[in-house]
Design a protein around this ligand. Structure first.
Ligand SMILES: Nc1ncnc2c1ncn2[C@@H]1O[C@H](COP(=O)(O)OP(=O)(O)OP(=O)(O)O)[C@@H](O)[C@H]1O
Ligand SMILES: [Mg+2]
Length: 388
């Protein structure tokens, strides 16, 4: 299985895990909510029972004192029965018994309320413990969820990057193949033909040398011309592979040379204007900038049918700006974000990718009949350095 598919499977697993944990978190929240309601109910009930227990304790205290008093009175009546008649003694007994019964009832009630209170306190403690555990668990699950969701985003980003990198790698390989094919074609059509022609010319000259030295000389002159033109073409091929002037002389010189090379192949007037002082630019940035300008110019020559092309380079301490403007036929640009390379059209996408690579902004303005403007803006901090 390829990395992209594996990562995507991992992404699915993580997504399912996150959903399962979210579900658990909801269940925990609902348990916590129930426990909170139960705790509130128990607290109210406990408050009530505590109040009732206090009231009963007061009543039991009062009844106990009264019972003591009734017992003392009964003792006094029974000891001193000459001063009290039978009715009074009977009443004292009855009173003491009633009080005793009341005390027993109240004490029972007090016992009941006390045990009810203890029971409620125990339940409340349990529910509170459950509640705090549910809250802690919910927090922990929340943290885990945040962590996993973060990882999920990270994973999605990784998947995106892996896929993007693959696509970029494929495009780079394809671009290399295209470049090799182009070099092979250039060498085949140019230098190889010219060398073949030169050999033929030399053979003819050799044969003519003794009999007709004048014709041999003319033949040799034409061989020289062929070789000169071959040399020029070889230099062009080398320049297109990697302009030496780019590293040695910088962007302005390389673009100047590119323009004079293109000028030989077109009737359109190409004007180069340079503003500010060129500063040292690192090699990758330099070649990306050059390739973007080269593709913009190639596009003008290939498609625009322009009569005038303006190339403007602006160097400043804060930025570097490039403009390639033509007055040709223009074209309908694909909407933003819909630039895709197909087998035939790699140029615009390549320009955009190179701009992204060096952190530059690329903007293309074009409309049928109104020419095309290519703007490239590179902030000096990104990839370029001052020489001072
Ligand atoms: N300056 C321009 N003027 C008019 N049309 C243009 C210009 N630049 C680009 N185009 C149009 O945009 C299309 C896409 O350009 P792009 O550079 O991506 O591909 P291409 O030039 O056709 O092929 P490739 O660059 O891969 O050799 C071109 O085919 C052309 O129709
Ligand atoms: Mg192109």
């Amino acid at each position: 299985m390829e990395v992209g598919a594996e990562l995507s499977r991992l992404d699915d697993i993580l997504r399912e895990t996150v959903m399962a944990i979210k579900d658990s978190q909801q269940q925990i929240s609902s348990i916590a909510e129930d426990a909170r309601c139960e705790a509130a109910r128990l607290s109210r009930e406990l408050e009530k029972v505590r109040g009732e227990a206090l009231a009963i304790i007061d009543k039991v205290d009062a009844a106990r004192q009264e019972e003591q008093r009734s017992r003392l009175y009964l003792m006094q009546v029974s000891r001193d029965f000459r001063h009290y008649d039978e009715e009074e003694i009977r009443l004292a007994y009855g009173y003491a018994r009633d009080i005793q019964v009341r005390l027993i009832v109240l004490t029972e009630k007090e016992k009941d309320l006390r045990s009810k209170r203890d029971e409620l306190e125990r339940s409340l403690r349990n529910v509170t413990r459950l509640l705090s555990r549910a809250d802690a668990l919910s927090t922990q699950v929340g943290v885990a969820l945040d962590y996993l969701s973060g990882n999920l985003e990270q994973l999605s980003r990784t998947i995106g990057t892996v896929q993007e990198k693959r696509e970029v790698a494929i495009r780079i390989i394809k671009a290399q193949e295209d470049e090799r094919r182009r070099v092979a074609r250039d060498l085949h059509d140019g230098l190889a033909q010219q060398l073949a022609g030169a050999i033929l010319g030399l053979e003819v000259a050799q044969k003519l040398l003794e009999d007709n030295s004048q014709r041999a000389k003319r033949e040799l002159i034409s061989v020289e011309q062929i070789i000169r033109s071959g040399l020029r073409e070889t230099r062009e091929v080398i320049f297109n592979l990697r302009p030496l002037s780019l590293d040695n002389l910088g962007l302005q010189a390389a673009v100047g040379k590119l323009i004079s090379q293109i000028q030989e192949r077109t009737d359109a007037r190409i004007l180069l204007s340079v503003h500010g002082e060129e500063r040292e630019i690192d090699s990758t940035t330099l070649s990306c900038l050059f390739r973007i300008i080269q593709e913009a110019l190639n596009n003008v020559i290939k498609h625009a049918n322009a009569t005038e092309i303006k190339v403007r380079l602006e160097f400043s301490s804060e930025f570097l700006a490039v403009q390639v403007i033509d007055n040709g036929c223009g074209f309908d640009l694909p909407p933003e974000g819909a630039w895709t390379a197909d087998d035939e059209h790699l140029g615009l996408v390549g320009m955009r990718e190179r701009a992204e690579l060096i952190g530059a902004t690329l903007k293309i303005d074009s409309r049928p009949g109104l020419g095309t403007r290519v703007f490239l803006h590179l902030s000096q901090v990104m990839g370029t350095e001052g020489v001072d």
